[in-house]
Design a protein around this ligand. Structure first.
Ligand code: FAD
Ligand code: UDP
Length: 389
């Protein structure tokens, strides 16, 4: 009989938030994490040159959910940060130009010239309303020839090449909710997100996770593949060969949990190319999207995000997206959401549902495109449900 009430597999946002809430509800929780560190994909650390980097891609915290913000604020203070992104594209005259993404009224004036851009902006506002967000797919439906021309421009210069690089498919072929994350914005607001609460953990994400997991009811074991210790057998759950009478919260890949018995779920993975440069700064913004050319989708310069002051050195990272093959060392970062893949996922979910004490939670386990705040919110809700709130 185990001393633990809960086994949580994975120490990312899903696992760590759930662990803390359950421990505060008086439960004994064992967290097993395969990597050598906590934090999941939000993990950050100093690189060899002492620059604070995000090992698994740039993570910017933003939410409209006060409960999530208040909960996380118990484990970190926040650095005031509003993320701003620009598209960097050839200007057609041998140079390059930049304008805000999401494409907004300022982008329109940069692309079409001040006067013409203003006139077109007024026309879009007349059609959709000031401060409105319009998805690119919606904009492309507009029969007005001038609006259709703007839609074609934005499609060509912001969406189609970037989306091909990121997904290997066109904006029409991927889940419409994905491009809807970055709508055309009929505003001068050039922030990437408009959520009420935005910022970066003052001492980094890893420190936030250390504080969150620092509770007498929580035991964390790193470098442990939980699937080597867990057995799901005819409705029974075994941990280290013994019946486990507690609940299991699994935040890894659902297909892997069940031995890929229905075939592997498709994902996209990323190659992160880090470069440390002997200069104060490399680019104007935290993230610059290469929406027309270059093999990578975007370059992030971490010092903009973290606010770290470190003269004479900076670290940047280029992201190259490709199909996940399951090869050793590859990480599945993005579920590829479409009806066929959702149907395959549903088979794994049905397997999980045969075990009433097994819960799938998280971006991988639920095969969804969740931001950190969404996962934290789901983790709190699941823990409260299990605690009988
Ligand atoms: P994860 O962070 O993936 O954690 C799951 C953990 O489970 C991992 O540490 C894994 O090692 C562990 N695990 C898996 N299988 C096993 C096993 N068998 N045994 C033991 N451990 C196991 N969200 C935002 O809100 N803002 C952003 O700016 C943002 N940027 C992002 C950029 C990129 C490139 C990516 C890929 C994602 C981004 N996200 C962002 C999303 C964010 O990363 C996720 O919402 C969040 O990490 C999900 O947490 P999770 O716990 O579900 O998954
Ligand atoms: N996108 C695009 N051009 C951009 C930014 C985004 O085409 O400059 C599309 C692309 O398909 C991308 C999706 O919008 O996958 C969502 O972008 P977001 O920045 O939300 O992706 P994240 O990196 O946060 O997963």
């Amino acid at each position: 009989m185990s001393q633990y009430n809960y086994l949580i597999i994975g120490a990312g946002f899903a696992g760590a938030v759930c662990a803390r809430r359950l421990a505060e509800g008086g439960k004994k929780v064992l967290v097993l994490e395969r990597r050598s560190h906590i934090g999941g994909n939000a993990y950050d650390c100093l690189d060899d040159s002492g620059v604070l980097i995000h090992q698994y891609g740039p993570h910017i915290f933003h939410t409209g959910n006060k409960e999530v913000f208040d909960f996380l604020s118990r484990f970190t203070q926040w650095r005031e940060y509003q993320h701003r992104v620009v598209a960097n594209i050839p200007d057609g005259k041998g140079g390059r130009m930049q304008y805000p993404v999401p494409f907004n009224l300022t982008s329109l004036e940069t692309a079409f010239g001040q006067e013409e851009g203003k006139r077109l902006g007024d026309k879009l506002i007349a059609a959709y309303g000031a401060e409105k967000k319009v998805t690119i797919l919606e904009l492309r439906q507009n029969p007005d020839p001038e609006i259709a021309a703007i839609a074609d421009y934005v499609y060509e210069h912001v969406f189609v090449h970037y989306t091909m690089k990121q997904w290997g498919q066109t904006p029409e072929e991927i889940d419409p909710n994905t491009t809807a994350r970055v709508p055309v914005f009929l505003s001068r607001d050039d922030r990437y997100f408009q959520d009420t609460y935005q910022g970066m953990p003052l001492e980094g994400y890893t420190k936030l996770f250390e504080n969150m997991l620092d509770h007498p009811g929580i035991t964390v074991e790193l470098g442990v593949d939980a699937l080597k210790r867990l057995e799901l057998d005819g409705g029974a759950i075994l941990l280290d060969g013994q019946p486990f009478s507690g609940q299991v919260i699994f935040t890894g890949q659902a297909d892997e949990l069940f031995g890929f018995q229905f075939g592997p779920l498709p994902y996209r993975t990323l190659d992160f190319r880090f470069e440390t440069l002997p200069q104060d700064a490399f680019q104007t913004h935290g993230t610059v999207n290469y929406t027309v050319d270059e093999p990578y989708t975007r370059i992030t310069e971490f010092k903009h995000l973290t606010g770290q002051v470190k003269p004479g050195v900076t670290t940047i990272m280029k992201e190259i997206s490709k199909a996940y093959t399951g090869t050793e060392g590859e990480t599945p970062y993005y579920a590829i959401i479409n009806p066929e893949n959702n149907a395959l996922y549903a088979k794994y979910k049905a397997e999980a549902d045969k075990f009433p004490r097994l819960h799938l939670l998280g971006r991988l386990a639920e095969y969804k495109y969740y931001n950190m705040d969404a996962i934290a919110g789901r983790a709190l809700a699941l823990a409260d449900e299990l605690l009988g709130d």
